[in-house]
Ligand binder design. Structure first.
Ligand SMILES: *Cc1c(COP(=O)(O)O)cnc(C)c1O
Length: 435
Protein backbone atom coordinates (compact mmCIF):
# COMPACT_ATOMS: atom_id res chain seq x y z
CA UNK A 1 0.00 0.00 0.00
CA UNK A 2 1.62 3.26 -1.05
CA UNK A 3 1.55 6.08 1.45
CA UNK A 4 -1.38 8.45 0.96
CA UNK A 5 -1.37 10.18 4.35
CA UNK A 6 -0.88 13.70 3.01
CA UNK A 7 -3.46 13.22 0.26
CA UNK A 8 -5.90 12.00 2.86
CA UNK A 9 -5.27 14.94 5.18
CA UNK A 10 -5.61 17.48 2.36
CA UNK A 11 -8.73 15.82 1.04
CA UNK A 12 -10.31 15.85 4.50
CA UNK A 13 -9.61 19.58 4.65
CA UNK A 14 -11.06 20.00 1.15
CA UNK A 15 -14.25 18.31 2.30
CA UNK A 16 -14.78 21.15 4.79
CA UNK A 17 -14.57 23.61 1.89
CA UNK A 18 -16.13 21.97 -1.16
CA UNK A 19 -19.18 19.72 -1.46
CA UNK A 20 -17.69 16.24 -1.60
CA UNK A 21 -14.23 17.79 -1.32
CA UNK A 22 -13.95 18.57 -5.02
CA UNK A 23 -14.68 21.13 -7.69
CA UNK A 24 -15.87 18.57 -10.24
CA UNK A 25 -17.63 15.39 -9.11
CA UNK A 26 -15.66 12.51 -10.64
CA UNK A 27 -12.46 13.65 -8.91
CA UNK A 28 -13.90 12.47 -5.58
CA UNK A 29 -13.35 8.77 -6.49
CA UNK A 30 -17.04 8.21 -5.70
CA UNK A 31 -17.45 5.31 -8.09
CA UNK A 32 -14.13 3.59 -7.34
CA UNK A 33 -13.83 4.35 -3.62
CA UNK A 34 -10.64 5.15 -1.75
CA UNK A 35 -8.71 8.35 -1.25
CA UNK A 36 -8.35 10.73 -4.19
CA UNK A 37 -4.71 11.59 -4.74
CA UNK A 38 -4.07 15.27 -4.29
CA UNK A 39 -1.77 16.12 -7.17
CA UNK A 40 0.99 18.66 -6.75
CA UNK A 41 2.95 18.41 -9.98
CA UNK A 42 2.91 17.00 -13.48
CA UNK A 43 5.79 16.52 -15.84
CA UNK A 44 5.62 14.84 -19.23
CA UNK A 45 3.68 11.57 -18.87
CA UNK A 46 3.70 11.61 -15.05
CA UNK A 47 1.84 13.19 -12.17
CA UNK A 48 3.09 13.44 -8.58
CA UNK A 49 0.90 13.39 -5.49
CA UNK A 50 1.26 15.13 -2.15
CA UNK A 51 2.94 12.06 -0.64
CA UNK A 52 5.60 11.96 -3.33
CA UNK A 53 4.16 9.01 -5.27
CA UNK A 54 4.35 9.25 -9.04
CA UNK A 55 2.03 7.80 -11.63
CA UNK A 56 2.07 7.30 -15.38
CA UNK A 57 -0.92 9.45 -16.16
CA UNK A 58 -3.67 8.57 -18.63
CA UNK A 59 -6.17 11.12 -17.35
CA UNK A 60 -4.29 14.06 -18.90
CA UNK A 61 -6.59 16.51 -17.12
CA UNK A 62 -9.44 14.64 -18.89
CA UNK A 63 -7.99 15.20 -22.34
CA UNK A 64 -6.41 18.63 -22.78
CA UNK A 65 -2.79 17.61 -22.21
CA UNK A 66 -1.99 15.90 -25.50
CA UNK A 67 1.66 16.98 -25.16
CA UNK A 68 1.84 15.73 -21.57
CA UNK A 69 2.20 17.82 -18.45
CA UNK A 70 4.13 21.09 -18.37
CA UNK A 71 5.24 20.94 -21.98
CA UNK A 72 8.04 23.54 -22.31
CA UNK A 73 6.44 25.35 -25.28
CA UNK A 74 3.13 25.67 -23.46
CA UNK A 75 4.71 26.78 -20.20
CA UNK A 76 6.85 29.37 -22.00
CA UNK A 77 3.82 30.72 -23.87
CA UNK A 78 1.88 31.04 -20.62
CA UNK A 79 4.74 32.82 -18.86
CA UNK A 80 5.22 35.26 -21.70
CA UNK A 81 1.55 36.03 -22.14
CA UNK A 82 0.97 36.42 -18.40
CA UNK A 83 3.90 38.82 -18.11
CA UNK A 84 2.09 41.05 -20.61
CA UNK A 85 -1.16 40.97 -18.66
CA UNK A 86 -3.53 38.22 -17.61
CA UNK A 87 -6.69 39.67 -19.11
CA UNK A 88 -7.83 42.77 -20.93
CA UNK A 89 -11.47 42.25 -21.76
CA UNK A 90 -10.52 43.59 -25.18
CA UNK A 91 -9.40 42.08 -28.49
CA UNK A 92 -5.89 40.62 -28.30
CA UNK A 93 -3.50 39.07 -30.81
CA UNK A 94 -3.36 35.66 -29.09
CA UNK A 95 -7.04 34.97 -29.81
CA UNK A 96 -6.48 35.80 -33.47
CA UNK A 97 -3.54 33.43 -33.67
CA UNK A 98 -5.37 30.56 -31.99
CA UNK A 99 -8.45 31.10 -34.17
CA UNK A 100 -6.29 30.96 -37.31
CA UNK A 101 -4.67 27.72 -36.14
CA UNK A 102 -8.08 26.20 -35.48
CA UNK A 103 -9.58 27.28 -38.78
CA UNK A 104 -6.56 26.03 -40.68
CA UNK A 105 -7.12 22.59 -39.15
CA UNK A 106 -10.93 22.63 -39.28
CA UNK A 107 -12.09 24.78 -42.20
CA UNK A 108 -15.76 24.15 -41.35
CA UNK A 109 -15.35 26.75 -38.61
CA UNK A 110 -15.69 29.68 -40.99
CA UNK A 111 -16.31 31.93 -38.00
CA UNK A 112 -15.82 31.01 -34.39
CA UNK A 113 -16.14 32.38 -30.91
CA UNK A 114 -14.04 31.62 -27.86
CA UNK A 115 -15.57 30.81 -24.49
CA UNK A 116 -14.03 29.46 -21.29
CA UNK A 117 -15.27 25.85 -21.23
CA UNK A 118 -16.78 23.07 -23.28
CA UNK A 119 -20.02 23.53 -21.38
CA UNK A 120 -20.30 27.12 -22.55
CA UNK A 121 -19.44 26.11 -26.10
CA UNK A 122 -22.24 23.53 -26.27
CA UNK A 123 -24.76 25.71 -24.46
CA UNK A 124 -24.09 28.62 -26.80
CA UNK A 125 -24.11 26.50 -29.94
CA UNK A 126 -27.52 25.13 -28.98
CA UNK A 127 -28.91 28.61 -28.33
CA UNK A 128 -27.62 29.67 -31.72
CA UNK A 129 -29.14 26.64 -33.45
CA UNK A 130 -32.47 27.33 -31.81
CA UNK A 131 -32.40 30.93 -32.94
CA UNK A 132 -31.26 30.13 -36.46
CA UNK A 133 -33.91 27.48 -37.07
CA UNK A 134 -36.65 29.14 -35.04
CA UNK A 135 -37.24 25.77 -33.33
CA UNK A 136 -36.92 24.71 -29.71
CA UNK A 137 -36.23 20.99 -29.48
CA UNK A 138 -32.78 19.45 -29.51
CA UNK A 139 -31.80 15.84 -30.04
CA UNK A 140 -28.91 14.27 -28.18
CA UNK A 141 -27.67 10.74 -27.68
CA UNK A 142 -27.79 8.78 -24.44
CA UNK A 143 -24.34 8.60 -22.89
CA UNK A 144 -22.96 11.57 -24.79
CA UNK A 145 -21.84 14.43 -22.57
CA UNK A 146 -22.11 18.02 -23.69
CA UNK A 147 -21.35 19.85 -20.47
CA UNK A 148 -23.69 20.69 -17.63
CA UNK A 149 -26.03 23.29 -19.13
CA UNK A 150 -29.65 22.54 -18.24
CA UNK A 151 -30.72 21.47 -21.72
CA UNK A 152 -27.99 18.80 -21.81
CA UNK A 153 -28.54 17.31 -18.34
CA UNK A 154 -31.26 15.13 -19.68
CA UNK A 155 -31.68 11.40 -20.01
CA UNK A 156 -34.09 9.29 -21.99
CA UNK A 157 -37.52 9.21 -20.40
CA UNK A 158 -39.41 6.00 -19.87
CA UNK A 159 -41.33 6.94 -22.96
CA UNK A 160 -38.10 6.32 -24.87
CA UNK A 161 -37.73 8.86 -27.56
CA UNK A 162 -40.79 10.91 -26.93
CA UNK A 163 -39.43 13.13 -24.17
CA UNK A 164 -36.40 13.72 -21.98
CA UNK A 165 -36.36 13.80 -18.19
CA UNK A 166 -33.88 15.75 -16.08
CA UNK A 167 -30.81 13.74 -15.06
CA UNK A 168 -30.04 16.29 -12.35
CA UNK A 169 -32.14 17.91 -9.68
CA UNK A 170 -32.71 21.57 -10.47
CA UNK A 171 -33.27 21.10 -14.19
CA UNK A 172 -36.84 22.19 -15.00
CA UNK A 173 -38.89 19.33 -16.42
CA UNK A 174 -40.35 21.76 -18.95
CA UNK A 175 -36.87 22.45 -20.28
CA UNK A 176 -35.82 18.80 -20.27
CA UNK A 177 -38.93 17.99 -22.27
CA UNK A 178 -37.41 19.96 -25.14
CA UNK A 179 -34.47 17.57 -25.29
CA UNK A 180 -35.01 14.28 -27.07
CA UNK A 181 -32.64 11.43 -26.29
CA UNK A 182 -31.83 8.69 -28.78
CA UNK A 183 -29.52 5.69 -28.35
CA UNK A 184 -26.04 6.19 -29.82
CA UNK A 185 -25.48 4.39 -33.12
CA UNK A 186 -29.23 4.22 -33.70
CA UNK A 187 -30.01 6.26 -36.81
CA UNK A 188 -33.48 4.72 -37.00
CA UNK A 189 -34.30 6.29 -33.64
CA UNK A 190 -33.19 9.65 -35.04
CA UNK A 191 -35.42 9.10 -38.04
CA UNK A 192 -38.32 8.31 -35.70
CA UNK A 193 -37.67 11.37 -33.52
CA UNK A 194 -37.82 13.66 -36.53
CA UNK A 195 -41.06 12.04 -37.64
CA UNK A 196 -42.64 12.39 -34.21
CA UNK A 197 -41.50 15.97 -33.76
CA UNK A 198 -41.87 17.13 -37.32
CA UNK A 199 -40.63 20.69 -37.82
CA UNK A 200 -39.73 21.15 -34.15
CA UNK A 201 -36.15 19.92 -33.83
CA UNK A 202 -33.56 22.68 -34.10
CA UNK A 203 -30.45 20.54 -34.00
CA UNK A 204 -28.80 17.22 -33.36
CA UNK A 205 -25.77 17.40 -31.10
CA UNK A 206 -23.42 14.43 -31.13
CA UNK A 207 -19.98 13.37 -30.03
CA UNK A 208 -18.71 11.99 -33.35
CA UNK A 209 -16.77 9.51 -31.26
CA UNK A 210 -18.48 9.00 -27.92
CA UNK A 211 -15.88 9.33 -25.17
CA UNK A 212 -17.92 10.10 -22.07
CA UNK A 213 -19.41 6.64 -21.53
CA UNK A 214 -16.09 4.96 -21.94
CA UNK A 215 -15.15 4.86 -25.60
CA UNK A 216 -17.94 4.03 -28.05
CA UNK A 217 -17.09 4.24 -31.71
CA UNK A 218 -19.62 5.33 -34.31
CA UNK A 219 -20.67 2.44 -36.49
CA UNK A 220 -19.98 2.77 -40.20
CA UNK A 221 -22.35 5.26 -41.76
CA UNK A 222 -24.01 6.33 -38.50
CA UNK A 223 -22.74 9.91 -38.49
CA UNK A 224 -23.46 10.53 -42.16
CA UNK A 225 -26.90 9.06 -41.70
CA UNK A 226 -27.60 11.41 -38.79
CA UNK A 227 -26.41 14.40 -40.81
CA UNK A 228 -28.57 13.40 -43.77
CA UNK A 229 -31.68 12.99 -41.64
CA UNK A 230 -31.14 16.30 -39.86
CA UNK A 231 -30.51 18.22 -43.06
CA UNK A 232 -33.48 16.64 -44.80
CA UNK A 233 -35.52 18.07 -41.93
CA UNK A 234 -33.87 21.50 -42.03
CA UNK A 235 -32.23 20.95 -38.65
CA UNK A 236 -28.60 21.75 -37.86
CA UNK A 237 -25.89 19.29 -36.87
CA UNK A 238 -23.54 20.16 -34.04
CA UNK A 239 -20.42 18.04 -33.67
CA UNK A 240 -19.22 18.18 -30.10
CA UNK A 241 -15.50 17.75 -30.69
CA UNK A 242 -14.48 18.95 -27.24
CA UNK A 243 -12.56 15.67 -26.86
CA UNK A 244 -11.98 14.59 -30.45
CA UNK A 245 -10.87 17.98 -31.79
CA UNK A 246 -7.07 17.88 -32.30
CA UNK A 247 -7.09 14.52 -30.47
CA UNK A 248 -7.79 11.87 -33.08
CA UNK A 249 -6.37 13.98 -35.90
CA UNK A 250 -5.39 17.57 -36.46
CA UNK A 251 -8.73 18.19 -38.16
CA UNK A 252 -10.75 16.27 -35.58
CA UNK A 253 -13.34 13.59 -36.23
CA UNK A 254 -15.00 15.65 -38.96
CA UNK A 255 -11.81 15.44 -40.95
CA UNK A 256 -11.31 11.72 -40.34
CA UNK A 257 -14.89 10.84 -41.31
CA UNK A 258 -15.13 13.45 -44.05
CA UNK A 259 -18.28 15.01 -42.65
CA UNK A 260 -18.92 18.73 -42.37
CA UNK A 261 -21.17 19.67 -39.46
CA UNK A 262 -22.95 23.02 -39.36
CA UNK A 263 -21.48 23.89 -35.99
CA UNK A 264 -18.60 22.46 -33.96
CA UNK A 265 -17.82 22.71 -30.27
CA UNK A 266 -14.25 22.63 -29.03
CA UNK A 267 -12.55 22.73 -25.66
CA UNK A 268 -9.92 20.74 -23.78
CA UNK A 269 -6.93 20.52 -26.20
CA UNK A 270 -7.42 24.01 -27.63
CA UNK A 271 -6.69 25.44 -24.17
CA UNK A 272 -3.71 23.18 -23.39
CA UNK A 273 -4.88 22.89 -19.78
CA UNK A 274 -5.97 26.52 -19.46
CA UNK A 275 -9.71 27.28 -19.41
CA UNK A 276 -10.81 27.65 -23.03
CA UNK A 277 -13.55 26.48 -25.33
CA UNK A 278 -14.87 27.54 -28.70
CA UNK A 279 -17.77 27.03 -31.01
CA UNK A 280 -17.95 27.85 -34.65
CA UNK A 281 -19.17 26.85 -38.06
CA UNK A 282 -21.07 28.19 -41.03
CA UNK A 283 -20.60 31.94 -41.33
CA UNK A 284 -24.28 32.60 -42.03
CA UNK A 285 -25.20 30.90 -38.77
CA UNK A 286 -22.40 32.39 -36.70
CA UNK A 287 -23.26 35.91 -37.86
CA UNK A 288 -26.46 35.60 -35.87
CA UNK A 289 -24.33 36.03 -32.71
CA UNK A 290 -24.19 39.39 -30.98
CA UNK A 291 -22.95 41.94 -31.78
CA UNK A 292 -23.44 41.13 -35.49
CA UNK A 293 -26.74 39.35 -34.81
CA UNK A 294 -29.54 38.89 -32.32
CA UNK A 295 -28.32 35.90 -30.27
CA UNK A 296 -26.75 37.07 -27.05
CA UNK A 297 -23.55 35.42 -25.89
CA UNK A 298 -20.63 36.92 -23.95
CA UNK A 299 -17.81 36.25 -21.48
CA UNK A 300 -15.56 38.41 -19.29
CA UNK A 301 -12.64 36.02 -19.79
CA UNK A 302 -13.51 34.79 -23.30
CA UNK A 303 -10.43 34.84 -25.51
CA UNK A 304 -8.28 35.17 -22.41
CA UNK A 305 -4.77 36.00 -23.63
CA UNK A 306 -2.97 33.50 -21.38
CA UNK A 307 -5.29 30.64 -22.32
CA UNK A 308 -5.16 31.59 -26.01
CA UNK A 309 -1.34 31.70 -25.97
CA UNK A 310 -1.20 28.30 -24.28
CA UNK A 311 -3.59 26.82 -26.81
CA UNK A 312 -1.74 28.34 -29.75
CA UNK A 313 1.57 26.96 -28.49
CA UNK A 314 0.03 23.49 -28.18
CA UNK A 315 -1.63 23.57 -31.62
CA UNK A 316 1.62 24.74 -33.21
CA UNK A 317 3.37 21.69 -31.71
CA UNK A 318 0.59 19.47 -33.05
CA UNK A 319 1.22 20.77 -36.57
CA UNK A 320 4.66 19.13 -36.65
CA UNK A 321 4.82 16.20 -39.04
CA UNK A 322 4.45 12.75 -37.50
CA UNK A 323 2.76 13.78 -34.25
CA UNK A 324 -0.44 11.84 -34.88
CA UNK A 325 1.47 8.89 -36.34
CA UNK A 326 3.43 8.73 -33.12
CA UNK A 327 0.25 8.88 -31.02
CA UNK A 328 -1.24 6.12 -33.17
CA UNK A 329 1.89 3.98 -32.72
CA UNK A 330 1.79 4.43 -28.94
CA UNK A 331 -1.93 3.69 -28.86
CA UNK A 332 -1.50 0.61 -30.96
CA UNK A 333 1.40 -0.63 -28.78
CA UNK A 334 -0.73 -0.19 -25.68
CA UNK A 335 -3.71 -1.94 -27.23
CA UNK A 336 -1.65 -4.87 -28.51
CA UNK A 337 0.16 -5.20 -25.20
CA UNK A 338 -3.10 -5.20 -23.27
CA UNK A 339 -4.69 -7.68 -25.62
CA UNK A 340 -1.78 -10.06 -25.14
CA UNK A 341 -2.19 -9.83 -21.35
CA UNK A 342 -5.94 -10.28 -21.61
CA UNK A 343 -5.54 -13.35 -23.81
CA UNK A 344 -2.88 -14.86 -21.52
CA UNK A 345 -4.94 -14.32 -18.39
CA UNK A 346 -8.28 -14.97 -20.09
CA UNK A 347 -9.78 -11.86 -18.55
CA UNK A 348 -13.06 -10.50 -19.80
CA UNK A 349 -11.65 -7.08 -20.51
CA UNK A 350 -12.33 -5.33 -23.82
CA UNK A 351 -10.02 -2.66 -25.13
CA UNK A 352 -11.49 -0.10 -27.50
CA UNK A 353 -9.23 2.50 -29.04
CA UNK A 354 -9.03 5.20 -31.62
CA UNK A 355 -5.65 6.91 -31.96
CA UNK A 356 -4.62 8.07 -28.52
CA UNK A 357 -8.00 7.54 -26.81
CA UNK A 358 -8.78 4.19 -25.23
CA UNK A 359 -11.64 2.71 -23.27
CA UNK A 360 -11.62 -0.41 -21.12
CA UNK A 361 -14.76 -2.40 -20.35
CA UNK A 362 -15.08 -5.51 -18.21
CA UNK A 363 -17.65 -7.18 -20.40
CA UNK A 364 -18.05 -9.80 -23.07
CA UNK A 365 -20.64 -7.78 -24.98
CA UNK A 366 -19.79 -5.65 -27.99
CA UNK A 367 -20.19 -2.11 -26.70
CA UNK A 368 -22.08 0.19 -29.06
CA UNK A 369 -24.37 2.38 -26.95
CA UNK A 370 -25.11 3.35 -23.35
CA UNK A 371 -27.16 0.23 -22.69
CA UNK A 372 -24.27 -2.08 -23.62
CA UNK A 373 -21.82 0.15 -21.73
CA UNK A 374 -23.91 -0.23 -18.59
CA UNK A 375 -23.73 -4.02 -18.87
CA UNK A 376 -20.01 -3.84 -18.17
CA UNK A 377 -18.77 -4.63 -14.68
CA UNK A 378 -18.04 -1.32 -12.95
CA UNK A 379 -17.01 -3.07 -9.70
CA UNK A 380 -14.34 -5.01 -11.55
CA UNK A 381 -13.15 -1.74 -13.04
CA UNK A 382 -12.92 -0.14 -9.59
CA UNK A 383 -10.74 -3.00 -8.34
CA UNK A 384 -8.59 -2.85 -11.44
CA UNK A 385 -8.27 0.92 -11.12
CA UNK A 386 -6.89 0.63 -7.58
CA UNK A 387 -4.63 -2.30 -8.43
CA UNK A 388 -3.09 -0.12 -11.17
CA UNK A 389 -2.89 3.01 -9.04
CA UNK A 390 -0.94 0.98 -6.47
CA UNK A 391 1.44 0.09 -9.26
CA UNK A 392 1.97 3.66 -10.38
CA UNK A 393 -0.49 3.90 -13.27
CA UNK A 394 -3.33 6.42 -13.11
CA UNK A 395 -6.44 5.65 -15.13
CA UNK A 396 -9.63 7.70 -14.84
CA UNK A 397 -11.42 7.02 -11.54
CA UNK A 398 -14.59 5.82 -13.24
CA UNK A 399 -15.54 2.86 -15.40
CA UNK A 400 -17.24 5.22 -17.83
CA UNK A 401 -14.34 7.45 -18.75
CA UNK A 402 -11.57 7.03 -21.30
CA UNK A 403 -7.79 7.12 -21.15
CA UNK A 404 -5.58 9.52 -23.06
CA UNK A 405 -2.07 8.93 -24.35
CA UNK A 406 0.16 11.96 -24.87
CA UNK A 407 3.20 12.59 -27.01
CA UNK A 408 5.17 12.63 -23.75
CA UNK A 409 4.51 8.93 -23.15
CA UNK A 410 7.45 6.78 -24.26
CA UNK A 411 7.34 3.21 -25.49
CA UNK A 412 8.93 2.34 -22.14
CA UNK A 413 5.99 4.00 -20.34
CA UNK A 414 3.61 1.93 -22.45
CA UNK A 415 5.52 -1.26 -21.65
CA UNK A 416 5.55 -0.38 -17.94
CA UNK A 417 1.81 0.14 -18.15
CA UNK A 418 1.25 -3.21 -19.84
CA UNK A 419 3.41 -4.89 -17.18
CA UNK A 420 1.45 -3.16 -14.44
CA UNK A 421 -1.81 -4.34 -16.01
CA UNK A 422 -0.50 -7.91 -16.11
CA UNK A 423 0.46 -7.71 -12.45
CA UNK A 424 -2.82 -6.05 -11.50
CA UNK A 425 -4.96 -8.61 -13.30
CA UNK A 426 -2.91 -11.48 -11.92
CA UNK A 427 -2.97 -10.24 -8.36
CA UNK A 428 -5.10 -11.79 -5.70
CA UNK A 429 -8.67 -10.61 -5.62
CA UNK A 430 -8.42 -8.84 -8.92
CA UNK A 431 -10.58 -9.01 -11.74
CA UNK A 432 -11.58 -12.23 -13.29
CA UNK A 433 -15.18 -11.35 -13.97
CA UNK A 434 -17.72 -14.02 -13.36
CA UNK A 435 -18.72 -16.47 -16.08
C1 LIG B 1 -15.52 17.76 -21.35
C2 LIG B 1 -16.61 17.83 -22.33
C3 LIG B 1 -17.52 18.88 -22.37
C4 LIG B 1 -17.58 19.94 -21.31
O1 LIG B 1 -16.41 20.67 -21.26
P1 LIG B 1 -16.06 21.45 -19.89
O2 LIG B 1 -14.85 22.25 -20.27
O3 LIG B 1 -15.79 20.42 -18.86
O4 LIG B 1 -17.22 22.30 -19.56
C5 LIG B 1 -18.42 18.93 -23.41
N1 LIG B 1 -18.45 17.98 -24.36
C6 LIG B 1 -17.59 16.94 -24.35
C7 LIG B 1 -17.64 15.95 -25.46
C8 LIG B 1 -16.66 16.81 -23.33
O5 LIG B 1 -15.86 15.75 -23.30
Amino acid sequence: MSEVRRSRRLFEHAQTLFPGGVNSPVRAFGSVGGTPRVLVRGEGPRVYDADGNSYIDYVASWGPLILGHSHPSVVRAIERAAADGTSFGAPNPHEIELAELIREAMPSLELLRFVSSGTEACMSAIRLARAYTGREMVLKFAGCYHGHADAMLVQAGSGGLTFGVPSSAGVPAALAALTIVAPYNDAKAVERAFREHDGKIACVIVEPIAANMGLVLPERGFLQHVVDIAHRNDALVIFDEVITGFRIAHGGAQNVYGITPDLTCLGKIIGAGMPAGAFGGRADIMRRLAPSGDVYQAGTLSGNPVAMAAGAAQLRELRAPGVYDRLEALGSALQEGLQRVIADLRTQLCVYRVGSIFGLFFTKEHVHDLATVLQSDAKAYAQFFHALLERGVALAPSAYEVGFISTAHSTADIQDTVDAVRAALSSRGAVTTAS
